[in-house]
Design a protein around this ligand. Structure first.
Ligand code: FAD
Ligand code: NAP
Length: 307
């Protein structure tokens, strides 16, 4: 298999990856950006982004397209590729997708994170038949219906507010008696008449009639009783898992699979940078993925000056 050679390969075309590619391409480097999905990453699963400076509210997919238009001003290659592995040959990094092989001097990993499953009976059986992890994708199927949302973080609460604009009623089912979500999102949910909460509830199963979801069974931790909640759909937002399987043999991951970097976005391997949600960090946002991307792109350029 012949290998195409690049100065910089960016894996992932989310906000962070597009920004790293932008900085590297603007510095006249030979850049390839690879993604196994459309440009935009998780932004494509977000209805409204209201905390990205410069926009007073913007749809996630629209922001994705705007970012890509910025990148398109500068010469770069962008192609579909599901990266399977990265190996080292001296100071070269070999990137293998399911059908191609590439060689690069600097590698930027921007593969982000994906939704975690709840792991209860019924979840897989009813996936696509009422169980969903993406409100923007599937919410419109449940107009004027009853929806349960599992989780208490930013995703669960933000997407509940969106779903409440379509559904008859949204019930947020959370395992504690306090939300983890940022206060401004909490306020939006508390202010909606058609959002209610079930607190201290461990979801035990997703129930259905064989064809579609009919509700959930949960343990009320206060009374220690098993209870039932009727719902036509269950949206699950119980956290994220890093997309780092192709890098498992590189010495760059922590024990949970997140990539460890310093403030220059450098990993332990010279010439391999990581940025955005895939990094071990506290706050995962579009704005700081973009910030990380500018640092990684610029430092890839500096690395190439020295190698
Ligand atoms: P991602 O956006 O995750 O992009 C990673 C890309 O890498 C994806 O396109 C993926 O296909 C690709 N990829 C992964 N593995 C491979 C592989 N092996 N081969 C090829 N490609 C691969 N943040 C905000 O600031 N404001 C919000 O309002 C907001 N709302 C959100 C709502 C939801 C429901 C969710 C889930 C997140 C939200 N966030 C929000 C968080 C924000 O979307 C992320 O912080 C941001 O997208 C991270 O960008 P990233 O570039 O690091 O990675
Ligand atoms: P998260 O912050 O990790 O929250 C996950 C939620 O799910 C928590 O409330 C957690 O409960 C609950 N949970 C975890 N495992 C569970 C289980 N097995 N059963 C039931 N509940 C479970 O994940 P997230 O909300 O997807 O957010 C991910 C990242 O994206 C965060 O950094 C977030 O800030 C960012 N984000 C930002 C925005 C925005 O800025 N508008 C929007 C969405 C996401 P506990 O609270 O008890 O731990």
């Amino acid at each position: 298999m012949s290998r195409k050679k690049y100065d910089v390969i960016v894996i992932g075309a989310g906000p962070g990856g597009m920004t790293a590619a932008l900085y590297a391409a603007r510095a006249n480097l030979k850049v390839l950006m690879l993604d196994r999905g459309p440009v935009g990453g998780q932004m494509n699963n977000t209805d409204m982004v209201d905390n990205y400076p410069g926009y007073v509210g913007v749809k996630g997919p629209e922001l994705a397209q705007k970012m890509y238009e910025t990148l398109k001003q500068f010469d770069h290659d962008y192609q579909y590729g599901d990266v399977q592995s990265v190996t080292l040959e001296g100071d070269k990094k070999i990137v293998k997708t399911s059908k191609d092989e590439f060689e690069t001097t600097a590698l930027v990993i921007a593969t982000g994170a994906d939704h975690r499953k709840l792991g209860v009976p019924g979840e897989d059986d009813y996936s696509g038949r009422g169980v969903s992890y993406c409100a923007v994708c599937d919410g419109p199927f449940f107009k004027n219906k009853k929806i349960a949302v599992i989780g208490g973080g930013d995703s669960a609460v933000e997407e509940s507010v969106y779903l409440a604009s379509l559904a008859e009623h949204v019930t947020i089912v959370h395992r504690r008696d306090q939300l983890r979500a940022q206060p401004s999102l909490q306020k939006q949910a508390f202010d909606r008449d058609n959002i209610s909460f079930v607190w201290n509830a461990n979801t035990l199963a997703i129930e259905g009639d064989g064809q579609k979801v009919t509700g959930i069974k949960y343990l009320d931790k206060e009374s220690n009783e098993e209870k039932q909640l009727d719902a036509d759909a269950v949206f699950i937002y119980v956290g994220m898992i890093p997309q780092t399987a192709p890098f498992k043999d590189l010495p760059i991951l922590d024990e949970h699979g997140w990539i460890v970097t310093n403030e220059a976005m450098e990993t332990k391997v010279p010439g391999i940078f990581a940025l955005g949600d895939v990094r071990q960090k506290d706050l995962r946002q579009i704005s700081n993925a973009v910030g990380d991307g500018s640092i990684a792109g610029q430092n890839a350029y500096k690395y190439l000056q020295e190698h």
